[in-house]
Design a protein around this ligand. Sequence first.
Ligand SMILES: Nc1nc2c(ncn2[C@@H]2O[C@H](COP(=O)(O)OP(=O)(O)OP(=O)(O)O)[C@@H](O)[C@H]2O)c(=O)[nH]1
Length: 394
Amino acid sequence: MSQQQEQNDIHWLTGQFCDRQKELNYRYFIAPNVRSDARLALILASAIFAMFGITDYNLLGLTQEYYLLLTMRITVVSSCLAIAFIIGKTGGYAKKAWLHALPLWIFAIGIILIVPLRPESIGTQVTAIVVALIAFYLLIPNLLTVAALASAFVSITFLAAAMMYAGVSAEGAVRIGLLIAMANIVGYSSLRRLERLQRKQYALLNEERDQNRNLLQEIKHRKSLEAQLRMVAERDTLTGVDSRSHFMKRAEALLQRSRLEGASFCLFMIDVDHFKKINDTWGHTRGDVILTKIAAVCQQSLRPTDIIGRFGGEEFVVGLPHTSPADATVVAERLKHNVEALSLDNEFKDLQLSVTIGVAVATPEDDLDALITRADNRLYEGKRDGRNRVVSSS
Ligand SMILES: Nc1nc2c(ncn2[C@@H]2O[C@H](COP(=O)(O)OP(=O)(O)OP(=O)(O)O)[C@@H](O)[C@H]2O)c(=O)[nH]1
């Protein structure tokens, strides 16, 4: 049996969760409803209990018994109304279940006290006891154990009082006892079923909430995984600029838009000069660091609307939307200059970094591949002519 199922176990006799903490949580959960239901039920029960004062007067007149009964009724009603008021203010059902139990015992004692004061109306009192028992179980919200104990107390003491003060015979007591037992069985079974049903509903609600919370966490986790995957697919892991495939996608879109808008679009192919020598002199790891710095300085030399990607090895590609050929040359020169001026650690003090840049301007017939090939040709022209230069015109 899983831990969750164990926590949801309900005791067959008390109708409460076997797990103490779960039971406490449940009582906290239903506390606001119990508070208002208890208040209403106590006011109703008190009103009915008080109204019997009228029948007391009809039966007894202004006798000593009547005054005793009246005092008892006033005490019971005012105590129960005071408790209803306190429950409304501070009657937490989880921690103060005793406060909710108190009115049942007060009513129980009040009902029993009627027997010696009005022994001649025992018939009516049997009916009243049956109704009171059902009220204990079903009208006044309470724990099954509390309701059952208070009902057992009323039942037994009423029977004893009936025999002692109302002269009920043994045979009559058996008949009344059976009737009261029946009321107890009906009340107990109904409340037990209700308690179990409400706790099962609560357990189901909690399970559903847990599942929803887990689902939300799973969705969050997946979203972050997706974001990481997207990052891996879109970014070059070494330099942080666009990966080649992502650059191609973005450049394609920008080229098409420029064509639609009739705006100019330029493309650079940038290659680091003599990079093999850098690797051979300082090693691949230091070469990686330099490559990352070159990528960063190139990115910083561009506008936010320009795009840059790593085309492969020590070669970068740049797309410049809305840029005239003259402006593109200026940007390429600035980029070349910034790479040359890059500040490096002392260990590279003899190193003079440089890049060669091939610039191509898109014509209306160009697709991206044609534009890249043309920029590449310019780049190789630059390499052939001595490197460290920008080649723009054919
Ligand atoms: N450290 C490092 N080196 C790389 C990386 N990718 C490519 N390279 C190296 O870059 C060097 C490129 O060398 P070549 O293609 O001969 O070009 P070059 O030495 O830069 O000479 P030119 O381009 O003609 O100026 C090779 O040694 C590659 O191993 C990388 O990610 N990290």
